[in-house]
Design a protein around this ligand. Structure first.
Ligand code: SF4
Length: 394
């Protein structure tokens, strides 16, 4: 049985291929960590120290904490840490870390807002009664005030999310299930995110019903992961921070060519082919534009001269104009009403057509149960489709 974690689930949602590289193939890359993750880890460790030492009645001064943070940074920083935002240096990130810690320190000292029960607390969440679906996680800090339990999470991201994002967050909500299971006296559980870059907290709660739904949704997601056969790459802005960029089919070519000297770059086979394709495609578009203008002129000519056939040197062009009905397309609002009207009139089946593209997509993504898929696959034949889409590089 696989024990899942929030980050495992999020990785699959972000990109199934990244999930495969990371958790199935367990590929190790040269990139150990991004600078954001490294800075976050150093800050987390420093904030953890505050509460661990307090258990032993030791209140660190801000200076002691800063020294601890900087010492950790020095001992652990290495050149394999990836800095995506080239305009910033590791030093900028170190200073950010210092600021996060000092702001947090000033705001919370002497740290007696609640009683800390544990830091980096490992929790295990049973999503079903049979114990078939299990998740584990680590709570940055678990605290309580009487029977009100608090799950604290430190965030070093540079954007402050909206309250609705926190209200829909999965990670801490899942952790609250474990806290509820482990501490029966918990009358209330607060989910608290400390957005350190803004020196702000965002607080949320979940009802019993919301947690039950969350369990079901999470089980569904696990089932989807376990049924997944084709781990397709899913590109997003997060690809810049992905440690598998160098081997990912979506980015590998850029990764191997971007640092080549100009001459070598322009002579690289892939670059040459791509440039040629775009050049010819541009010519094709220009020709199509020209064709559309000639077409328009031809119909104008026919109209003016009351003719339907225009003769050239070797060919004749039959230019037909006729009336037709145009009904709302698939994505137009009226389409639904049209379909309903046809169904009511008992005429829908006479004009409805099977959408084989949609069918192919559903069967590929295995959305339908396997027994249905097996029957329908008897009608499918393998076909190799090759398409080229032109997009902007950046
Ligand atoms: S680079 Fe992007 S598409 Fe490729 S594996 Fe990573 S997240 Fe997925």
């Amino acid at each position: 049985m696989t024990i899942y974690s929030h980050s495992r689930l999020s990785t699959f949602e972000q990109c199934p291929l990244k999930f495969k590289y990371n958790y199935i193939d367990q590929i190790k890359t040269e990139i150990e960590q991004t600078i954001e993750a490294f800075m976050g880890e150093m800050v987390h460790k420093s904030l953890e120290k505050i509460y661990v030492d307090l258990k032993f009645r030791k209140l660190n001064s801000l200076q002691e904490l800063m020294d601890y943070f900087n010492d950790l940074w020095k001992k652990n920083y290495n050149e394999s840490i990836l800095i995506v935002r080239k305009e910033y240096s590791a030093e900028n990130y170190r200073q950010m870390g210092e600021k996060f810690i000092s702001d947090y320190y000033e705001k919370h000292t002497p740290f007696n807002q609640s009683i800390t029960l544990d830091t980096e607390k490992r929790i295990v969440i049973n999503l079903d009664k049979e114990g078939k679906y299990v998740l584990q996680g680590y709570i940055d800090r678990l605290a309580c005030k009487g029977t009100v339990y608090e799950i604290h999470d430190y965030k070093t991201s540079s954007s402050l999310p909206l309250q609705e994002y926190a209200d829909a967050d999965r990670q801490l909500a899942l952790y609250s299930i474990a806290v509820k299971q482990g501490y029966p006296d918990a009358a209330d559980i607060k989910l608290i995110w400390h957005y350190l870059a803004f020196n702000k907290e965002i607080i949320s709660k979940r009802s019993e019903e919301e947690l039950e739904n969350l369990k079901k949704e999470t089980i569904e997601l696990i089932k989807q992961i376990e049924a997944c056969k084709e781990f397709e790459p899913k590109t997003s802005a997060l690809c810049d921070w992905c440690e598998f960029r160098g081997i990912c089919p979506k980015w590998k070519h850029l990764a191997v060519t971007e640092n080549l000297p100009v001459n070598e770059y322009l002579n690289e086979d892939g670059v040459k082919l791509a440039n040629k394709y775009v050049e010819f495609n541009k010519k094709k578009t220009d020709i199509e534009d020209e064709m559309s203008k000639i077409r328009e002129a031809l119909f104008d000519y026919c109209k003016k001269n009351h003719i339907e056939v225009v003769f050239g040197s070797d060919n004749k062009l039959v230019c037909k104009t006729y009336e037709n009905f145009k009904f709302p397309g698939k994505n137009e609002l009226l389409r639904k009403h049209l379909e309903e009207a046809l169904k009511k009139l008992g005429r829908y089946d006479e004009v409805a057509e099977l959408d084989v593209f949609k069918l192919s997509r559903i069967l590929k993504s295995r959305e339908w149960p396997e027994n249905i898929r097996e029957i329908l696959m008897n009608f499918a034949r393998d076909e190799k489709v090759q398409r080229i889409y032109i997009g902007k590089k950046y």
